[in-house]
Design a protein around this ligand. Structure first.
Ligand code: NIG
Length: 391
């Protein structure tokens, strides 16, 4: 993770939607002549980054939750707000009252915002529907984002995000609904790549998680888990046991979790934006990296714990609060993020043959400057699937 291969004064050639070549300017085959029809971008003084691969978002939601922001300022914790019927249940109520079209329209500006921040691939979860109808509605909106925008999208079914109010004290019955009705319906419309559970104190237990994963796997949905955010929940070990592609959050982890991860293919995803917004202790990234773990950074863009999707800021938090180096932060937010979405064959790095998903910064002195100048809008040109995006 410490290595970020870099080339100063370079050319890069894109053909159709793929990176066709790059190299030092002194050896450029295009110095005198470029193929007819080639558009030239002069990136002198700029940095060309691979687009961010943001593998944990809840981008599809209705309304917003700034009232809870006020509650938080007055001293209530995330769990206390949730226990009062706020939090995820608040978003569920808002989402249940809007049509699929309206939900899509509400989400589009956030998609455009992410593209402008340099993100090119994204995982999006359901989990604010919490009824069969509304979970399917969310997942269909996610599918439309995949079809109608240039983002590369992976979709996750997160019916087990919170126990709906009408199932209060009947969590078992809600888990049954997920297993017997939601999972088969999601699978029959092929609406999800993954299945996720919020395995956490006050939400879903390890036992619930196991049952839901068993059912998901029967329908070909590979697990990923919200694990160890508020407490040592056992979610990390459960995710690993089920071959999860990733375990996400990880603020509460120690040697037992790190060693288990080191012996697995499961990617550890850190979400410092949520840690920042909830004012918690940051995940121990340095210890994880010291164990050889391929740490991933994602935004967790959602209306409750992180109403922000700017990966530049996530990198700044990673550097300052988790003491990751800029090189580690770039790798975590690009190639490792791609790996945590099973996309590293085509995304996540500037590699010949990969999809041309890149962004070019404004002129800046070094790549370290990107995480350093943390409120400067430094992304100048975005190229997705080989095409320059209108920002
Ligand atoms: O990943 N932790 C659970 N889910 C989200 C928060 C969702 C919300 O508060 O709306 C997260 O932080």
């Amino acid at each position: 993770m410490a290595l970020l291969p870099c080339m100063k004064d370079a050319w890069l050639f894109i053909e159709d939607d793929r990176i066709a070549g790059f190299g030092p300017m002194s050896l450029s085959p295009y110095t005198d002549q470029v193929p007819v029809g080639t558009q030239i971008i002069d990136a002198s003084g700029c940095v060309v980054f691979p687009s961010f691969c943001d593998c944990h978002t809840h981008l599809v939601y209705a309304g917003s939750r700034e009232r809870e922001f006020m509650d938080k300022i007055r001293g209530l914790s995330y769990e206390e707000i949730a226990a009062r019927g706020g939090g995820i249940l608040n978003s569920a109520q808002l989402l249940q009252s809007v049509s699929e079209n309206k939900l899509f329209e509400e989400t589009l500006p956030r998609v455009r915002e992410l593209i402008g921040f340099g993100t090119g691939a994204v995982e999006i979860k359901s989990g604010y529907g919490l009824t069969l109808r509304d979970e399917l509605k969310m997942l269909r909106v996610i599918r439309r984002i995949a079809e109608e925008t240039p983002l590369r999208v992976k979709s996750t079914f997160l019916g087990a995000h919170a126990v709906p109010a009408e199932y209060k004290d009947r969590k078992e019955a809600y888990v049954e609904l997920i297993i017997r009705e939601m999972i088969p319906a999601v699978a029959s419309e092929k609406l999800a790549d993954y299945i996720d559970v919020f395995c956490e104190r006050g939400f879903f237990s390890v036992d619930d998680t196991r049952r839901i994963f068993d059912a998901g796997l029967r329908y070909g949905l590979r697990p990923r888990v919200h694990a160890n955010q508020m407490a040592f929940s056992g979610g990390v070990q459960t995710g690993i046991e089920y071959g999860a592609v990733s375990v996400d959050h990880l603020e509460h982890t120690g040697p037992a979790e790190w060693n288990a991860l080191a012996q697995s293919d499961t990617m550890p995803v850190l979400l410092p934006g949520a840690t920042f917004f909830l004012e918690m202790e940051y995940a121990p990234a340095r210890e994880m990296i010291a164990c050889g773990l391929p740490v991933v950074l994602a935004s967790n863009y959602n209306p409750g714990s992180c109403p922000a999707g700017n990966m530049q800021f996530m990198m700044t938090l990673a550097c300052l609060k988790m003491k990751m180096t800029p090189e580690e932060a770039v790798n975590a937010a690009t190639l490792n993020g791609a790996c945590a979405m099973d996309l590293s064959h085509d995304y996540g790095s500037v590699t010949v043959g990969k999809i041309a998903n890149l962004f070019i910064t404004k002129p800046m002195p070094s790549y370290e400057y990107f995480a350093y100048a943390f409120t400067s809008p430094l992304v100048q040109t975005v190229i997705l699937n080989g095409k320059i995006q209108k920002l």
